[in-house]
Design a protein around this ligand. Sequence first.
Ligand SMILES: [Zn+2]
Ligand SMILES: [Zn+2]
Length: 258
Amino acid sequence: MADRLLFLGTGAADWKMEHKETYPDFRRYSAALVNDDLLIDCGPHIFDFAESIGRPDLYDGVTDILITHGHRDHFCAESVLKLAEKQTISLYCDHETRRKVGEHANIRFVHLSAYKRKKVGRYHVVPLLANHDAVTTQTKKAYHFILQTPEKKEIFYGLDGAWFLRPSWQEMLKYQFDLMIFDCTVGDSDDWRLFEHNTIPMMRKMVAEIKEKGMIRDGGKLVASHMARTLHVSHADTARILAQMDMIAAYDGMEIEM
Ligand SMILES: [Zn+2]
Ligand SMILES: [Zn+2]
C-alpha cells in the first residue's frame, strides 16, 4: 500500500485563527499526518483542520508524535493532552517540551538525540539538528527529520530552519528521498527571519545541489511549506514561482502519496 503524508497546516507563526475568514489563502500552523498513525508536530490548529474536512476521528489512529521543536506554531501541550485523553501516545521531543506537557499515564516520553536513528512506531527516524533558534541549548532542540516508512519510502521533513547544518547535510547525502519538505518561510523577501528560515532564492540553490547529488528518487517530490503570511505573494503566484524549480507549494489539506 502506498504511504501518504497529509498537510494539516502549512503556515508560519504569523497566521491567526481568529482571522481565518478574512486572510486570503488561509494557512494553519504547520503539522503533518503520515498515514494514520504518525503526527509530525502537534500545534493548536490540528483539531480545526480535522473539523474543516469533517473528520473529527482523523487522529484516532495516532500512536506516535514527533516534535520538531517547541515553538508555539509546532507544539501545544493542550493538543497533546487532548489526544492522550483518548489513546496512548509515544511523544518524541526535547526536555523542555516534556516539562511543558508534564507526566501523564497515557504519554510515554522518548528523548531524541541528533543523528541517532530511532524506531518510532512503524517508522525509523533520524533527527538532524536544524539551524533554527534554540538549537544550541542543552534542553531545547530544533530538529529536521529523515523518516523511513515500513514501505521503505524515505521522507525529509525540514521545518523550521535555514540552509542545512553541515553534519545534517552529510547525513542527508546518504539517502534518496521520495519526498522532501522544505522551510519556505521568507518567500522572496530579505526579511531578517532568513537567519533561521529559508527564502525562495536560498531554496533554489539547495534544490539545484540536491538534484546534482541525485538525492531525489525518480518521481520524488519537492515541497515548500511553512509560509509566513506577511512575506509571501498569493498562493497561486508562489505555486507558479516554485513550479519553475520543480517544487510544489504546499497548502492545508494537500496529500502526497508515495
Ligand atoms: Zn514554525
Ligand atoms: Zn520555529
